[in-house]
Design a protein around this ligand. Structure first.
Ligand SMILES: Cc1cc2nc3c(=O)[nH]c(=O)nc-3n(C[C@H](O)[C@H](O)[C@H](O)COP(=O)(O)OP(=O)(O)OC[C@H]3O[C@@H](n4cnc5c(N)ncnc54)[C@H](O)[C@@H]3O)c2cc1C
Length: 399
């Protein structure tokens, strides 16, 4: 890897056109590309952290974040360019879920001291943040959560269990929702608490998924002591914060996914050509539909960024974008596996697998896309109620 000193400083005085910005970013990403991901998990983590530090130190981290916290505070057009170039360069993305979800929440609701303490290290990848909201009995119905935080002087004592927590096995910090009100207080008795993942009483156990990987975990809290100053927002007001944070979770990936799938679709079209399937009218029809959809994703991603810039929040429309993207990626991988026929089911470890089994791996991985960050059914409910103004889901308890 070349050092950051060899590149031009990211923050410039004077005007720079969007195309100059694109060229500068493209050159930076190419010159500093960290190379292939190491196979060993610990080495891969160190490699990814080193890359995030390189980005941060050179002023290329946090395209939408304010400058005072180490971000770039880019204009709308430059955020679009950033996501496009980032996907094109095939460099590693953020670690775990902190940047896209907890970051915007702390920026909006954190105290100056919390922002100072948490945001820089999160953006630089020094501290990995993982989301710990879901529980065995509280997924779609998150207000039913039961993990308790009992006040004891300047500390909370936390007990309970979380589950499906993405990359919690590498986390330094967990951003959680805990019950500080009465057991049946639902939304009115939830607080947003930041917990040290290495504190005594925290146990993180990785769970294996159908791809063979173990990218999410279950977490147990056993009399974990957490300073009250690590609560974001007021006690029992966490639900208001979590609505922001879930909106950001759904919106965070929109433009990034659109840029990523632009490239993946080009690769799928190349694959269809290589396999002699590109003359087949049915294949062409499907590819044309994916082409239209990838373009819609781009415009939706742009709309999401523009909403965040103008209103400070992604809003309920982030559900449309999430639903569209997750359905798209499932259909794209289903089609790729179909296109490959028998060869399509050879997995990553099979020496005869086509392109190292990436398509069947994607097929398996994207089964989870319409569950994580709110299931497809819940996204549809949100769109029905908050975008279309239809009556509330009768299955949900009154707010
Ligand atoms: C890949 C992945 C990553 C995840 N990462 C995280 C993470 O980092 N942190 C975290 O806290 N959680 C995470 N989750 C958990 C995720 O948020 C939950 O799985 C999700 O909210 C669904 O909850 P559940 O699994 O309890 O299913 P349930 O809520 O029990 O739902 C079961 C089924 O019932 C349907 N259903 C439920 N209620 C309704 C309704 N009112 N109307 C219509 N249908 C309904 C659902 O759509 C689903 O099909 C992740 C999940 C996945 C798959």
């Amino acid at each position: 890897m070349t050092t950051t000193e060899q590149t031009a400083p990211a923050v410039r005085t004077g005007e720079e056109t969007d195309e100059e910005f694109r060229a500068r970013l493209r050159a930076f990403l190419a010159e500093n590309h960290p190379g292939r991901r190491p196979k060993d998990a610990a080495e891969a983590l160190a490699w990814q952290k080193a890359w995030l530090a390189t980005l941060f130190d050179a002023g290329y981290a946090g395209p939408a974040w304010p400058r005072e916290y180490g971000g770039m505070d880019l204009s709308f057009a430059q955020q679009v360019i950033y996501q496009e170039e980032y996907a094109r360069a095939r460099v590693p993305g953020p670690l775990a879920t902190g940047l896209g979800i907890a970051g915007p929440t702390v920026i909006k609701y954190g105290t100056p001291e919390q922002k100072e303490r948490w945001l820089g290290p999160m953006l630089r990848g020094e501290k990995v943040w993982a989301q710990a909201y879901s529980e065995p009995e509280a997924g779609s119905d998150l207000p039913a959560l039961r993990t308790t935080a009992r006040r004891d002087g300047d500390e909370y004592v936390v007990n309970g269990q979380k589950v499906w927590n993405t990359r919690a096995e590498i986390a330094d910090i967990l951003f959680t929702l805990v019950r500080t009100g009465e057991p049946d207080s639902r939304q009115k008795g939830i607080s947003y608490l930041i917990i040290d993942a290495h504190a005594p009483g925290v146990t993180v156990r990785p769970l294996r998924d159908l791809t063979g990987g173990a990218d999410f975990s279950e977490i147990f809290f056993d009399d974990v002591r957490v300073p009250v100053v690590d609560r974001v927002g007021e006690e029992n007001d966490g639900w208001r914060l979590v609505r922001t944070s879930l909106g950001h979770e759904r919106a965070a990936g929109a433009m990034n996914q659109a840029s990523l799938y632009r490239r993946v679709l080009d690769e799928l079209i190349a694959l269809a050509r290589e396999r002699g399937a590109s003359e087949d009218p049915l294949v062409r029809d499907r590819l044309a539909r994916f082409e239209i959809e990838v373009r819609i994703m781009r415009y939706t991603g742009m709309r999401t960024i523009s909403d965040i810039i103008s209103r400070g929040e992604p809003g309920p429309a982030s559900s449309t974008s999430r639903l569209f993207t997750t359905t798209f990626e499932q259909e794209l991988h289903e089609f790729a596996v179909e296109l490959l026929g028998d060869d399509g089911i050879l997995g990553r470890k099979d020496p005869d697998a086509v392109q190292k089994g990436r398509w069947v791996w994607g097929f398996l991985r994207t089964r989870a896309s319409t569950i994580g960050a709110g299931t497809a059914e819940i996204q549809r409910n949100t769109i029905a109620e908050q975008v279309l103004g239809l009556p509330r889901d009768p299955a949900m308890p009154p707010r």
